[in-house]
Design a protein around this ligand. Structure first.
Ligand code: SAM
Length: 259
C-alpha cells in the first residue's frame, strides 16, 4: 500500500537540487541534434499546486523553491528557471512542475518518453498531462527492465523512489546493475535522501564501488520540521553529460552558502 504523496513535498529543497540537475542534464542532452529517450521509474503526478492544502500544510515549497526564487539562488537563464517560468506561463503562477514536465520542456518531436507511476490517483493525474509520453501504471523498475535499451538508444533515466519500501536501499544497486547491463550508454540518475541515521550510506557506497566514475552530488539543508530525518539531498548520476559536474559543484556551493 503506497501512502507517499509528493504534493506535500513538491518544490522543497530536495526537489530544487534534483530538478536543477535534471533540467541541466536535459538541456545538455538536447543540444545535440539526435533524438533521445527519457525514462522515469517513479514519475509522480507531474504537476503540483503550491497554493494547495498539501503544500501549505508542510511549508516545504515556501522554504524551497519560493525562497530560492525570492533570493535569486539560480540565474534567470538556468535551465530549471527557464522551464519553471515557461510552465508557469501556461499552468499558472502557483504551479510547480514535477520531473516529467520539467523533462518534457526540453523534449523535441522525435524524442520519446516512458513514465511509470504505480499509485492509482497519482497515475490518473499524470495521465491528464502526459500526452508526450508512454505511461505505465506498474512498478518503475519493471518498466525500466522492459523498456531498456530504449529506442532511441541515447537518453536518460531518472529513478526517484519514495523509499517507502524498507528494502529499496538494498535493492537499488541490483536494479541499476541490471539496467546498466542492458543499456550501458544511458545517463542513469538516482535521487536519494540524506538521512540522520545514514541508512542511505550502504546504497551509495555499493553504487560507487560498482561505478567509480559516476557523478555524485550531495547538498545539506535544515530539516523541514524539528526532528525530521532528511537533512540533505543526493543525486548519483552514471554517464553524466559533459558539463553536469560543474553544474553539480555550483549547486553545492549555492546550498552551502544559502540553505
Ligand atoms: C518522490 S515521488 C516522485 C516525484 C517526481 N519524480 C518528481 O520529482 O516530480 C515518488 C513517486 O513514486 C511512486 N511510486 C512508489 N513506488 C513505486 C513503484 N514501485 N513504481 C512506480 N512508482 C512508484 C509514488 O506513488 C510517488 O508518486
Amino acid at each position: 500500500m503506497l501512502s507517499y504523496q509528493h504534493a506535500y513535498h513538491a518544490g522543497n529543497l530536495a526537489d530544487l537540487h534534483k530538478h536543477a540537475l535534471l533540467a541541466s542534464a536535459m538541456e545538455y542532452l538536447t543540444r545535440k541534434d539526435k533524438p533521445l529517450s527519457y525514462l522515469e521509474t517513479h514519475a509522480g503526478r507531474g504537476l503540483y499546486r503550491l497554493d494547495g492544502a498539501e503544500a501549505r500544510k508542510t511549508g516545504e515549497a515556501a522554504a524551497g523553491i519560493e525562497r530560492a526564487l525570492a533570493e535569486g539562488w539560480l540565474p534567470a537563464d538556468h535551465p530549471l528557471m527557464r522551464a519553471l517560468h515557461a510552465i508557469r506561463a501556461t499552468r499558472g503562477p502557483d504551479s510547480y512542475p514535477g520531473s516529467p514536465l520539467i523533462a518534457a520542456h526540453f523534449l523535441r518531436p522525435d524524442d520519446r518518453a516512458y513514465l511509470a507511476e504505480l499509485h492509482p490517483a497519482e497515475h490518473d493525474a499524470l495521465w491528464q498531462i502526459s500526452g508526450f509520453a508512454t505511461l505505465h501504471q506498474r512498478d518503475g523498475f519493471e518498466m525500466a527492465q522492459a523498456v531498456c535499451p530504449p529506442n532511441p538508444r541515447r537518453g536518460m533515466l531518472l529513478i526517484d523512489p519514495s523509499f517507502e519500501v524498507k528494502t529499496d536501499y538494498a535493492d537499488i544497486p541490483r536494479h541499476i546493475a541490471k539496467i546498466v547491463r542492458k543499456w550501458n550508454v544511458g545517463v542513469i540518475a538516482l535521487w536519494y535522501p540524506i538521512l540522520t541515521d545514514e541508512r542511505h550510506l550502504p546504497m551509495t557506497r555499493a553504487l560507487m564501488a560498482d561505478h567509480p566514475d559516476a557523478l555524485s552530488s550531495e547538498v545539506r539543508f535544515p530539516p523541514a520540521r524539528p526532528g525530521h530525518a532528511m537533512v540533505g539531498s543526493g543525486m548519483w548520476i552514471l554517464n553524466a553529460p559533459w558539463g553536469l559536474a560543474d553544474e553539480a559543484r555550483s549547486l553545492e556551493t549555492i546550498f552551502a552558502e544559502r540553505a
